[in-house]
Design a protein around this ligand. Structure first.
Ligand SMILES: [Cu+2]
Length: 608
């Protein structure tokens, strides 16, 4: 989470110095001394059984799972390892999953259970968050260090085990440990649905993972952003990637770097008159992507697991963390057409002080839609814009297939927040929520505190806690954005209904709320100096992050912790292997200062 080097170091060091008050209590729920990490890491002796080690070719249609009469358990192995790769022609170290970037597709059918063994060989701690999954009854598998678990130490495995319950649609997974996902730990997650109303409307499915890409690791970039007096914006990327592939003009690369400017464009193959569902995921650190295919309009059918009334668009804007499904009809003359995954430069502020401000990036990410039998090279023309730049797709395209009415009722909890930026006493940039910048306690996550009966109201102020105790109630969050940056906010553990999104000066007024047929999703853009009002049902006990998904903003503290139904949560027992991760962390910190510092230093010095 928040990478605030000095503060994290101070936190670690002070914990070391003041002794083990927090440490003793953080392992309170562990009984006896039989608990050792090695016990469960050794359980998995054969990666193939039952855990499936898979790789995914993002340029082949995904294989549809057979629907079963009863839910089944699907076992996956995710092995985290740093490897050298050249996604855009420029070679660097990539935090890979099963040796690839983006990581392989995890898929299940609605109702299935996912059991995923994550083995960390990064030399850094890691976690995996399953973006969009509700984790009902399994808050501790949400993968957020400082909130729901301690990080998985190097050379240790953690089995994430959760039901997909009634969820379906397009999701993704990514690290939530510092900015590690930006370095590569991200992949796709799809839940198929036998009752999908669009199932018969397409022949094949493709995944499109969009991301911005940096030639420096986040271990280099974050301390630059965190430097006292830094007056630039978020780091400028070096290229956009379409499912892990991009291009770069290597004449701009530093001398001595391995770089190849002649990268082939990524190709998605189609057959004339077949229909294709494209699942589009913006897994970037920052940028708004605009997805389009020349001469092929997009039928929008899903956003973040919600089936939509189909509408036709030319271009799809996707903010960080958002997902869509569109159906593409390969009904044009046999040929090659450009697929465009454009990073929208208009939404990425820049000045001379910005990290990598003189990037040689070509913002226009390109791929090819190749019709079987096509010979010509593509020279197709881009559609004109049919959307508002730097804003979410218009709500007229996001109407649920059936209106979702459960948010139109008595609101039990009102939460009022103001987000902006400030500087700490050392003139380092901070993101503030109600004047408070979030700092994770990596060795003692909030869930541990709640389960050992610390009342949510007594949590440290920098946990930015929102306390919701009405079981089955409706919570309303009113956000005022006091800064001119747009922020794509994501909520863990829930989807929410969007009552109101307002531009500068457009103050929310309940008479304008969209209560009857709201847009429902899990990630929404709050306009610069604008407003957002959302509602959700408080029915999922847990500690749920609510945060900007611009990773550079997360790392300076734009994070809240929703503490939902703490009385139920505190009665639950966190699995021993999850609690044991904290034990290991504490042991590391107590053993030597050197080891403790190594946790942070590995993250910085990542280009070895
Ligand atoms: Cu933000």
């Amino acid at each position: 989470m928040k990478f605030n080097l000095k503060r994290i170091l101070i936190l670690f060091i002070s914990l070391f110095v003041i002794g083990s008050v927090a440490i003793e209590t953080s392992v309170h729920t562990v009984s006896g001394d039989s608990l050792h990490l090695k016990d469960y890491t050794n359980e998995i002796t054969n990666l193939n059984e039952p855990y499936k080690f898979i790789k995914t070719d993002y340029f082949k249609p995904i294989t549809h799972l057979t629907f079963t009469n009863k839910p089944v358990t699907r076992y996956y192995q995710l092995t985290l390892k740093k490897v050298k790769m050249s996604p855009d022609g420029f070679e660097r170290t990539v935090w890979s999953v099963n040796g690839q970037h983006p990581g392989p597709l995890i898929q299940a059918n609605k109702g299935d259970r996912l059991v995923i063994n994550v083995t960390n060989h990064f030399d850094d701690p890691a976690t995996v968050h399953w973006h969009g999954m509700f984790q009902h009854g399994t808050n501790w598998y949400d993968g957020v260090p400082g909130q729901t678990q301690c990080p998985i130490p190097n050379d240790v495995s953690l089995v994430y085990n959760f039901s997909t319950t009634d969820q379906h649609g397009t999701y993704w997974y990514h690290s939530h440990f510092f900015a590690q996902y930006v370095d590569g730990l991200r992949g796709s997650l799809v839940i198929h649905d036998p009752d999908d109303p669009y199932l018969k409307q397409y022949d094949f499915e493709y995944l499109v993972m969009l991301s911005d890409w940096h030639h420096n690791t986040t271990g280099v970039l974050l301390p630059l952003q965190d430097a006292p007096g830094y007056s630039g914006f978020r780091p400028i990327p070096d290229s956009p990637l379409i499912s892990g592939l991009g291009r770069y003009n290597c004449t701009a690369a530093p001398p001595g770097s391995k770089c190849n400017s002649d990268q082939p464009l990524p190709v998605y193959n189609v057959k004339k008159n077949k229909k294709y569902r494209f699942r589009i995921i913006n897994s970037a650190a920052d940028g708004v992507f605009v997805f389009s295919i020349d001469q092929h309009k997009l039928k929008v059918i899903e956003s973040e697991g919600i089936y939509l009334k189909p509408t036709i668009i030319k271009k799809l804007p996707v903010a960080v963390g958002q997902r869509y499904s569109v159906i593409v009809d390969a009904n044009q003359p046999v040929g090659n057409y450009f697929i465009r995954g454009t990073l929208d430069k208009r939404c990425t502020p820049n000045n001379n002080a910005t990290i990598n401000f003189n990037s040689a990036i070509d913002w226009d990410g390109l791929g090819i839609l190749h019709y079987e039998g096509a010979k010509n090279s593509p020279n197709s023309k881009e559609f004109d814009d049919d959307f508002t730049p730097c804003r979410d797709l218009d709500k007229k395209h996001l109407k649920p297939i059936k209106p979702i009415t459960k948010y139109d009722g008595h609101v039990t909890d009102f939460v009022n927040i103001t987000i902006t930026f400030g500087a700490d006493k050392n003139q380092r940039l901070e993101a503030l929520i109600n004047n408070s910048s979030f700092v994770p306690q990596l060795n003692d996550p909030t869930i541990n505190k709640i389960t050992r009966d610390i009342a949510a109201k007594d949590l440290p102020k920098d946990q930015n806690s929102v306390i919701l105790n009405h079981n089955g109630g409706i919570a309303e969050i009113y956000v005022k954005n006091d800064n001119n940056a747009d922020h794509p906010f994501h909520m863990h553990g829930h989807v929410f209904a969007i009552m109101f999104v307002g531009e500068k000066g457009d103050v929310p007024d309940e008479s304008k709320y969209n209560k009857k047929n709201p847009v429902v999703r899990d990630t929404v853009t709050i306009p610069g100096n604008g407003f957002l009002v959302i509602r959700f049902i408080t029915d999922n006990p847990g500690v749920w992050a609510f945060h900007c998904h611009i990773e550079w903003h997360v790392e300076i503290g734009m994070v809240m912790g929703i503490i939902e139904l703490q009385d139920t949560l505190k009665k639950e027992t966190i699995p021993e292997d999850v609690v044991a991760l904290c034990l290991e962390h504490d042991l590391q910190k107590r053993t030597t200062r050197k080891m403790l510092n190594a946790i942070v230093i590995n993250e910085i010095r990542s280009d070895d």
